[in-house]
Design a protein around this ligand. Structure first.
Ligand code: OAD
Length: 257
């Protein structure tokens, strides 16, 4: 059963954070909303409110029109490059700098705003929007005569392709139907299992297996707090729900503990 929040939930939570042995922040797209990066499911501005995710975020969608899908990712990359970490990202990074080893971040976000704010302990569950990788495993890698079969090499193009075999580059993000990177998911499971405080910031909690980390943390004994301006699928897992935005609430929680 959830605890009833005290009369001063923010102040009480600050006390808990001060005493915590290990804090994990589990972030989603809302974490970056005040940096100007669109979320996925917000009714007005969410990316998936306007386009079909299976067209833009699946291997089949990419293969059906690689130049078009690549161009869409280039637009998203440009938006991330032009953005800056917000007060929420900065509050977490500053707290980590003051208390090394106390706070870790597990993020579903594919931007680099936690890292640019200065956070170093960041586990990325859904990949890296600013990176790309080969669509196919390099067909030359298994060739018996390496001299005859050079490894894939990027040529120009939209998307860039291999000058030898035409293999395409694709964004290094996790698409629908794909597994999360094994190392990242394992590290995230270990991190949340060891947390005594879990802050769930800016995620709708609708995408699994990422959302399952919150259930795991609670089962392992963490005190779970949701920070979000709207209700989420994970509110029932939380001991405390703080209604508000990341850039407004995180500084109030972490500055200057
Ligand atoms: P969603 O778009 O599903 O949810 C964004 C959440 O952020 C919502 O609950 C909003 O209420 C909340 N929010 C909006 N503005 C906020 C603010 N300023 N501060 C705090 N919260 C705010 O995004 P995710 O939950 O991250 O997958 O979506 C999960 C995954 O679905 C994403 O990682 C992506 C997407 O398909 C991949 O890229 C693989």
């Amino acid at each position: 059963m959830n605890e009833l929040p005290g009369r001063h939930p923010l102040r009480d939570l600050r006390v808990r954070l001060k005493r915590a042995r290990r804090i994990v922040v589990f972030s989603g797209a809302g974490m970056s909303a005040e940096s100007g990066i669109a979320t996925f499911r917000d009714a007005q501005d969410g990316l998936w409110a306007h386009v079909d995710p299976m067209q833009w975020a699946s291997e089949a969608g990419f293969r059906s029109d690689p130049p078009r899908v690549w161009a869409w990712y280039e637009q998203r990359r440009a938006a991330v490059r032009q953005s800056e970490p917000n007060a929420g990202h900065r509050a977490l990074a500053a707290f980590s700098a003051r208390h090394p080893g106390l706070l870790g971040i597990v993020t579903q976000n594919v931007d680099d705003l936690h890292q640019r704010a200065g956070s170093t302990e960041v586990i990325r569950l859904h990949g890296d929007l600013l990176a790309d990788r080969w669509l196919e495993a390099c067909p030359h890698a298994e060739a018996t005569d390496a001299a005859q079969a050079p490894a894939c090499e990027v040529d120009g193009g939209t998307p860039p392709r291999c000058r030898h075999c035409g293999n395409l580059r694709r964004p290094a993000v996790v698409w629908f139907g794909e597994n999360l990177p094994y190392d990242a998911l394992s590290a995230a499971e270990a991190a949340v299992s060891d947390a005594d405080e879990l802050l769930v910031v800016g995620t709708s909690g609708t995408v699994w297996p990422a959302a399952g980390l919150v259930v795991r943390a609670r089962q392992a004994g963490a005190h779970v707090v949701v920070v979000n301006p709207e209700p989420t699928e994970l509110d029932d897992e939380a001991h405390l729900v703080l209604t508000g935005t990341a850039a407004r609430l995180l500084p109030r929680l972490f500055d200057p503990l």
